[in-house]
Ligand binder design. Sequence first.
Ligand code: AMP
Ligand code: MG
Length: 348
Amino acid sequence: MKKLCLLLCACLLLCVYPAIAADPTSQPLQKFSGSFYDSFDTITQLIGFAASQKEFDATLAETRTLMRHYHQIFDGYNAYAGVNNLWFVNCYAAQGPTPAEPELIELLLWVKENQKDTRVNVALGAVLSVWHEYRTTGEEVPPVELLREKSLHVDMDDVIINEEEGTVYFRDPELSLDLGAVAKGYAVEKVAAMLAERMPSYILNAGGNVRCGGQPQDGRARWGISIQNPDGNDYLDVLYLTDQSIVTSGDYQRYYEVDGVRYHHIIDPDTLMPARFMRSVTVVTRDSGWADLLSTALYLMPYEESRAFVDALPGVEAFWALNDGTIQYSDGLKTILLSAGASARDEN
Ligand code: AMP
Ligand code: MG
C-alpha cells in the first residue's frame, strides 16, 4: 500500500504544466483525460485531443487493454492463466528451455543487448528480491553475506534465449530475472505506437513514465512536463517538448528507512547497496523503453560518468538533481527548459 501511495504521489507530481489559454475558434478537437490503475502497480493517465468523448474513451480503453497485456507478461510476482510470463519463466527456466510469450522474448533480447556497458542487469533478480523482501518488511537492512551469496547468481550470460523456439533457459538454477528497470517504459512505447495511429496529440503518463506525441491542439507548440523535486511536492523545472519520452529514476520513488537512513530501490551491483551518486536523473529521448533503461543506467553512475555517457549518445538529453542540491543538464536541454527561458509557445 505504501509502495502504491508513493507511486501515486510521484505520478501526480510529474504532472502536465498548466495549459495556456486556447483560441476556441481554431480548435476543432477537444481535450480529454482519463486514467486507470490496474497495470504496473501505478496510475496511468492519458490526456489527448479527440473529436468526441466517445472517440477518446475508445482510445483510452485500447490503451488500458494494451498496458494490462504487457503488465501480465512482465509481471514477476503473479501467474495468469495461459500466459507464459516473467513469473512463469522465473519458476521453470532452471529446469530446461521454458516457453515464454513472444513479447517477453523480444524484451529480453533487446535488454540483453542494450544493458551492456551499464550497471543495469536484469539478471540481478536474486539480489533484488532480497531487497524487495526487506523493503516490504521495512525494519532491517539485508545482511551483506546474504547479498554477496545471491550476487554469485546474476550472470546474464546464463540466460539462454532461443528466439526461434520462443524459450528461455537459466544455466544457473539460482538466477532470476527482474524487469523493473525497463518493462514499464517498453510497454509505454508499444502504446505510443498505437496512439500515433489513433490520437496523434497526447500525453501518456504511466506513473511518471511520460510519453508525449504531436503538438497540443490549443495554440501551444509544445507540451510542458515538470520534473519533480526529489525533496518535495513541487517541481525543479519544466521541459517543453513534443514526440519525446521523459523518464526519471530517483531515490524518492520507492524506499524505506532504517535508523534514519534511506534505502531506495535502485541497487548498485558493485556494492549491492542502493546507489548514492545522485538524487535523481531525468532522461529525454524519443523511445520510452530506451529512456527507462537509460534513466536507471545513468542513476547507477557517478555524475561525471553519467554526463559523458549522455554526451556520447545522439538524441539523448538528461537532467540531474545532485546530492548537494544543485542541478545539471545536458546542452540539448537549453532550448527546452523553463529555467533556461523556454516556453510552450516556442517552436524549437
Ligand atoms: P527505475 O525506477 O526504472 O530506475 O527502475 C528501478 C527498478 O529496477 C527497481 O525497482 C528494480 O526492480 C530494478 N533494479 C534495481 N537495480 C537494478 C539494477 N542494478 N539492474 C537492473 N534492475 C535494477
Ligand atoms: Mg528505468
